[in-house]
Design a protein around this ligand. Sequence first.
Ligand code: FHN
Length: 423
Amino acid sequence: MNYEEKMKWFNNARFGMFIHWGLYSILGRGEWVMFFERIPKNEYAKLAEKFNPPKKFSPESWVKLAKETGMKYMILTARHHDGFCLFDSKVSEFTSVKTTAKRDFVAEYVKACRKHNMKIGIYYSLLDWRFPGYFDKNKNPDSFNKMLEQTHSQVKELMTNYGKIDYLFYDGEWIPNVKHARTLIDSKVESPEIAEAWKAKDLNKMVRTLQPDIIINNRSGINEDVDTPEQYVNPSLPGRSWESCMTIGSSYGWGYTKNDYNLKSVYQLIEYLVACASGGGNYVLNIGPKPDGSIQKEFIDKLKKIGKWMKKNGESIYDSERNPAVLSGWTAGIIGSITTKDKNIYVHILRWPGKTAVIPGIQSTILSAKFLATGKKIDFEKTIEGKVILHNLPEKPVDKYDSVIVLKTNGIKQPIDYTNIPL
Ligand code: FHN
């Protein structure tokens, strides 16, 4: 298949689930606990003896929740920076198959995804804190090279032993004292020195040979297929695929964090989802399951509420085009955001204005206006300079979070821009 066909499922998905799960989940203080608390690797490794989710736990419970939330793909941490593998590896003893759990969770995860027609993403951290050479490549080249060998061997295992993989999410590409351009602020720049250090060209060539239709993110030092802004929304240039990944709680709480009270509201999460869809990108929301595989109740409640909203309004999110609207910024005035698809303009009213709503910048000819969730028609007028004014709206918003109104156009796409309307 050609590139556009390969990217189609990703560019239409708009919504995915990230899963950070591993030994760190036992401690409940986030996935960087080994690093931040300077836990010696041999002491940290003992956690593998306690990592033994009950037999009744299955990753299928995560997949079912993702489905109910309206998500189309998932990304599971096969191995994070701590080096512990949730898969069977011939080049490491530090895996969930060779320690107490005696389970290949990646195998169980991919099986559950396929059963529920969920696209399969694998997260793999290039770095491994257990190798001293990672922290000082020049002082300890042998150790760095052993880590590099492990990385190439394990990526090959993941691309060979688990059937068709749809998306490879590299992470942990940064190396102390090696020039690294990608930052969390700007995820769109390549890092040739990093790519060279990881032999990323060879690595990705091997990946694409084993998985010809796979999508690879931009975190091996090479841009590949997808930009990955993290904890913020920043649309890539038109024609470039992108996804914003985010935690529900604090930024370093990707792995289970027991007492993280700084959780985003459902309202905020939907606003971010709409902002991504408005910019023609995806929103990947993270869950950090507890060590037994279960997901904390407040996360389940939030996701189910988003799922209810998606059931009624998903049409305004899935397959959305990159919206040329000046209004597309998610802080656009009293209204909110606009997503577009085919002949429709979807107005996401996140801040209900009352009986009348003014939507400036609509140049297209509007044939009708209605509420997406109910189909109820709305009285509207279109002014000469491109304002759509919605009349006789209910006093209260029709949706607690985001009331979506569909403006049907005559199909002739016009730019959505209100800056040409004189003040
Ligand atoms: O260090 C990791 C972090 O633990 C988490 O996995 C995020 C998710 O994209 N990536 C790195 C921070 O940028």
